[in-house]
Design a protein around this ligand. Structure first.
Ligand SMILES: [Zn+2]
Length: 376
């Protein structure tokens, strides 16, 4: 019997990922009761690059990749699939009576339905909240958003009109899940914020991206601390996967430049390397990459997309040349693997895409060189 046919497989995969993480000694994921909990990776460290999602029953590390409970055991124990399964389910080949097996299967399916119902309700709620915030915003023009972007080198002279997908909120609350009280939230900061609309592939607004501002800080972003930790000044709300912030042009372009953040992407836009191109912010590296195939020897950095991920981001039909911007601030090998995954998915799934390129932000090699030069 090969491990893939092992009858314990479904049962192992259905074990709650939170419990598996606890059994593996992964501590300090926050917030403790939330569906999504983040913290340091048990393997590669960091501060918040690792997370589990109890609704989807998966884990992900921005560096090591992600997967189900079995993959998590493989990652943490450094063992193979079979050993991970043995560790999770106990090594004995137990004989269980068919009625008991059927009962367990039904219980698993009920749990899964319950989890997905909860996740769907949470998703709808977040989209409604995002929409309400977006509608309460005012135009970004002549607001502190201008000053914030100017500080990042994106001046009014370089970008005379701000994109419609950017707005300003004068007093936006920053909420965190309340400790020990599932489903309730607590405000830990409020202040001015740049709010960007996230659009789903069809163009419908599905979420927002928020950057809390404090022009008194060197980088113009608010410094938000909670329980002695500095939290990210940027957060998304709503449904973001597969979406993008459409900073310049949306449809009908043959070239598209996608950076992770709003600032990086606008910097590329005002640098003006690709005339007529669309410039979209991909929100996060994970969103640009989609699900990857990381299991197997040498696969972690191979940049192979999992083409079964049907929710992953794709450029619109008609784009022929897709350029991803690689930021300099994270692990270059892992970042490149993620960007390659997204680019290769686009080439495989969108027939018009013929060229894919990676351009390094701030490396002195401008977009025009990429347009004229070599391909990835
Ligand atoms: Zn890791």
């Amino acid at each position: 019997m090969t491990p893939r046919e092992d009858p314990r497989l479904a049962e192992a995969r259905a074990l709650p990922i939170g419990e598996v993480a606890e059994r593996l000694g992964i501590a300090g994921l926050k917030p403790p009761q939330a569906i999504e909990r983040v913290g340091p990776c048990p393997v590669c460290g960091g501060r918040d690059r690792f997370g589990i999602n109890t609704a989807r029953n998966v884990y992900n590390c921005r560096h090591c990749g992600g997967g189900d409970a079995i993959a998590l055991v493989e990652l943490v124990k450094g063992c193979d699939f079979r050993a991970a399964l043995d560790w999770l389910m106990g090594a004995r080949e137990v004989e269980i009576d068919p009625a008991e097996l059927a009962r367990r299967k039904a219980a698993r399916e009920k749990d899964a339905r319950e989890r997905s119902k909860q996740a769907e309700a949470a998703r709808r709620n977040a989209i409604a909240q995002a929409r309400a915030i977006w509608q309460a915003c005012r135009p970004a023009e002549d607001s502190p958003v201008r000053d914030y972007l100017a500080r990042r080198g994106i001046t009014k002279a370089l970008l005379p009109a701000l994109p419609d997908c950017l707005r300003f909120h004068p007093d936006l609350p920053y909420m965190v899940p309340a400790a020990g009280n599932r489903g309730s939230w607590r405000e830990i900061h409020r202040g001015p914020a740049m709010v960007a609309l996230v659009q789903a592939p069809g163009g419908r607004g599905s979420g927002i991206h928020r950057t809390w501002l404090d022009l008194g800080q060197p980088k113009g972003k608010a410094v938000i601390t909670h329980d002695g930790e500095t939290l990210a000044a940027k957060k998304t709300l709503g449904s973001v996967k597969g979406g993008a912030i459409r900073l310049a042009r949306s449809q009908g372009t043959r070239a598209m430049v996608v950076g992770e953040g709003i600032e990086t992407t606008l910097t590329a836009l005002v640098a003006g390397g690709l005339p007529g191109a669309a410039y979209w912010a991909g929100i996060s590296l994970g969103n640009m990459a989609g699900r990857r195939i990381t299991r197997g020897k040498g696969m972690r950095y191979a940049g192979m997309p999992d083409l079964d991920d049907l929710q992953a981001w794709l450029p619109p039909a008609g784009v022929e040349h897709l350029v991803f911007i690689q930021d300099g601030d994270s692990d270059p090998r892992s970042t490149r693997a993620q960007l390659l995954s997204g680019l290769r998915r686009a080439r495989a799934r969108v027939p018009s895409v013929q060229r894919i390129s990676i351009v390094h932000a701030g490396e002195g090699r401008d977009l025009n060189d990429v347009l004229m030069g070599d391909d990835t």
